[in-house]
Design a protein around this ligand. Structure first.
Ligand code: NAD
Ligand code: UDP
Length: 336
């Protein structure tokens, strides 16, 4: 039995679908602080079965302990966290409380019950400003905002737990930029308010919810001057978690592999790929650079392939086509 925290969210919902497809039993815990109960019903439509779902908070140690025991949990996939970089700068205590205190409460409950395997949502943001590309796992760690710090801190906490407990297994997956949606169009990313990230902003311009996209700078040292990222299809990312769980069930110790494609795509390249996939023009204008931004970032994904046997399969065109289907079928996300 796998406990998925934050499983009603964007990456968690896709991962539950892939875990169930791979034959795992799943129980999901979420407090809906950044998600909607409708996503649970959509997961059930895709998988054709009822999902074990518990509404609650990872900071509730008694609830976690009961849940781990009653469901005889073997391993935890831990997505539950707050993730808005800008908000984390304004409300650092909220972020440390949710992401650090929450993870400590979860780890303590796991220790009390004897559950010793965790797959954790880390991020390429732990690398800070890249000193060299592609980013390998040997690149120094150093985040530049409270959100990123919370990922660095949890990585350190898990490394210490692994040192202290030789039976513990922790896989910190350093995600690059997940975009796209399940090919059914039933689950996808549903940001509240104005999207911070590029891809959901593009899809909202495409359906007419936003007038135009501001491209944050065209004077970066990149192929066309716009920012470059390693976009990864969320379904590929979800499948990476299945590989990581299989690995964590058979090995002990700490591992922190990149999950990316190894390919960089510029803002203008992504706009053009999306225009091809959707048949819509994406109105955009060049705007100043975004404070704290980096010019380019992409992964060396070879560790994940070598150790986990995982490699991204889906390209930018599939990411755009699937993200567009989700946006068209759900112009207001999970809201009716
Ligand atoms: P999301 O907000 O869609 O999902 C997170 C889920 O966790 C939400 O459903 C939310 O309600 C839940 N949650 C938050 N705090 C909780 C708590 N205290 N108790 C119970 N549930 C709680 O975000 P996502 O994009 O699916 O991201 C999942 C994880 O991956 C996060 O840890 C995020 O930091 C990490 N990550 C995301 C990205 C990205 O670009 N989306 C990149 C790198 C890492
Ligand atoms: N970006 C942009 N306009 C937007 C949002 C993002 O030009 O409205 C650019 C941003 O500068 C970066 C890329 O798109 O070069 C990806 O940004 P995102 O916030 O999605 O990911 P992150 O910067 O966190 O990797």
């Amino acid at each position: 039995m796998i406990l998925v925290t934050g499983g009603a969210g964007y990456i968690g919902s896709h991962t539950i679908v892939e875990l169930i497809a791979a034959g795992h039993e799943v129980v999901c815990l979420d407090n809906f602080s950044n998600s909607n109960p409708e996503s649970v019903r959509r997961i059930e439509r895709i998988t054709g079965r009822k999902l074990n779902f518990v509404e609650g908070d990872i900071r509730d140690g008694a609830l976690l302990e009961r849940l781990l025991r009653e469901h005889a949990v073997d391993a935890v996939v831990h997505f539950a966290a707050l993730k808005a970089v800008g908000e984390s700068v304004e409300k650092p205590l909220l972020y440390y409380e949710n992401n650090i205190t929450g993870t400590l409460a979860l780890l303590s409950a796991m220790q009390r019950v004897g559950v010793s395997r965790m797959v954790f949502s880390s991020s390429a943001t732990v690398y800070g400003t890249p000193q060299a590309l592609p980013l390998t796992e040997a690149h120094p760690i150093g985040a530049v905002n409270p959100y990123g710090q919370s990922k660095v801190m949890v990585e350190y906490i898990l490394a210490d737990v692994c040192k202290a407990d030789p039976n513990f297994s922790a896989i910190c997956l350093r995600y690059f930029n997940p975009i796209g949606a399940h090919e059914s169009g039933l689950i996808g990313e549903a940001p509240t308010g104005i999207p911070n990230n590029l891809f959901p902003f593009i899809t909202q311009v495409a359906v007419g919810k936003r007038a135009e996209l501001a491209v944050f700078g065209n004077d970066w040292d990149t192929v066309d001057g716009t920012g470059v990222r390693d976009y990864i299809h969320v379904v590929d990312l979800a499948r990476g978690h299945v590989k990581a769980i299989d690995y964590a069930l058979k090995h002990t110790g700490m591992l922190a592999p990149n999950l990316g494609t190894g390919r960089g795509t510029s803002v203008l390249e992504l706009i053009h790929a999306f225009e091809r996939a959707s048949g819509r023009k994406i109105a955009h204008r060049i705007a100043p650079r975004r404070p704290g931004d980096i010019g380019a970032c992409w992964a060396d994904p070879s560790m994940a392939e070598r150790v986990l046997g995982w490699k991204a399969q889906l390209g930018i065109d599939a990411m755009c086509a699937d993200g567009w289907r989700w946006q068209q079928m759900n112009p207001n996300g999970y809201e009716a």
